[in-house]
Design a protein around this ligand. Structure first.
Ligand SMILES: NC(=O)c1ccc[n+]([C@@H]2O[C@H](COP(=O)([O-])OP(=O)(O)OC[C@H]3O[C@@H](n4cnc5c(N)ncnc54)[C@H](O)[C@@H]3O)[C@@H](O)[C@H]2O)c1
Length: 320
């Protein structure tokens, strides 16, 4: 079993850490948020995710999982350092990589031997090279192989998604390092796709999220056409989804996509394309339709209620 340092105790970091510990690894999680770490040390998971509290408690008790705010405690002796810090929307829609960069610097400061650095945060292609550069500049003594291993879990079914993934994507310039990361997932018996260059793995995540967002904008556009010709959009979606080539998921007509990932990831992919002189027409349309879809709800409410001032609105289903 391996010693793993997980950087970041958010949805992705904590789920990854608890699941890898449950698979028998020795896992230490480092997060710069003192309050979060204090809560975790008291066995309190600071957000709601079904089954996660029990998994954290079981593995903490078994001494396979621990938490700290100190890289000095987490990194020395680790075989893997898994970066799972936030990559929020930055200026101009590009991904803000400052947390990733800072995590890479701190890993470099404390690594005391060869290390496989696994990037699980959602980042644009070329970020792995930046992580390698930062580590190389700050620690010339030890070798770090950087590998991309994007995460596809969904909030609300994070543990199930981690333990039973449709696929695990791993990409690195160094095949041996990518295969070492694949070993962590061996017990899951999942389909593992190793891409021989790191940029491909980084891109799979953005392409997947953009495609799912595109399906949502597509069905919302179809719904608007349906309204005009008196067709039932929900049944149209059902009829489409029964086609094996299409499938039923992400074809729900509604107020558009939201949450912590799709909006920022589609924007970041579009910004990346522009940076490389490509005008992403489809991605822009996906975002435009999504923005307008919210206004459609307001228009519909106006149609029903005429005046919206001082009306009390009940909302059903605010979380996952
Ligand atoms: N939430 C999801 O459903 C999901 C799914 C797949 C991928 N992702 C991606 O995974 C990444 C993490 O997402 P999340 O939802 O877990 O984020 P999060 O905001 O819940 O957690 C990030 C954690 O990282 C910590 N952190 C920030 N900088 C740090 C540093 N330098 N050192 C140590 N800790 C640091 C923060 O304190 C926070 O606890 C993002 O790139 C996100 O896009 C998220």
């Amino acid at each position: 079993m391996s010693r793993v340092a997980v950087i970041g105790a958010g949805y992705v970091g904590l789920t990854t850490a608890a699941c890898l510990a449950d698979l028998g690894n020795d896992v230490i999680v480092v997060d710069t948020n003192r309050e979060k770490v204090a809560q975790l040390l008291r066995n309190h998971v600071p957000f709601y995710e079904p089954g996660l509290s029990e998994l954290v408690e079981r593995n903490t008790k078994a001494k396979r999982l621990t938490f700290t705010t100190s890289y000095e405690e987490a990194v020395p002796g680790a075989e893997y350092a898994i970066i799972a810090v936030s990559t929020p929307e930055g200026e101009g829609g590009e991904a803000d990589l400052s947390f990733v960069e800072s995590a890479a610097g701190s890993i470099a400061d404390w690594m005391d031997g060869p290390l496989v650095v696994v990037n699980k945060s959602t980042v644009p292609p070329l970020t792995g090279d930046m992580v390698s550069r930062v580590i190389g500049q700050r620690n010339a003594k030890h070798k770090a192989d950087v590998v991309s291993n994007p995460e596809f879990l969904r909030e609300g079914s994070a543990i199930q998604d981690f333990m039973h993934p449709d696929r695990v994507v791993i990409g690195g310039h160094d095949r041996g390092a990518a295969e070492k990361v694949a070993k962590l997932y061996e017990p899951l018996q999942a389909h593992i796709l190793i891409t021989p260059n790191i940029y491909t793995a980084e891109m799979v995540k953005y392409a997947s999220n953009a495609f799912l967002a595109a399906r949502i904008s597509f069905i919302n556009e179809i719904a608007r056409i349906c309204e005009r010709v008196d067709a039932d959009a929900k049944l149209v979606a059902e009829g489409m989804g029964l086609d094996k080539r299409i499938g039923p998921s992400y074809l729900d007509v509604g107020i558009g996509y939201g949450g912590s990932c799709f909006p920022k990831d589609v924007k970041a992919l579009a910004a990346l394309a522009e940076r490389f002189d490509y005008h992403p027409e489809l991605l822009n349309a996906v975002m435009d339709i999504n923005r307008d879809q919210r206004m459609l709800v307001i228009d519909k409410l106006r149609d029903c209620l005429e005046e919206l001032d001082e009306k009390v609105v009940g909302l059903l289903g605010l979380a996952f």
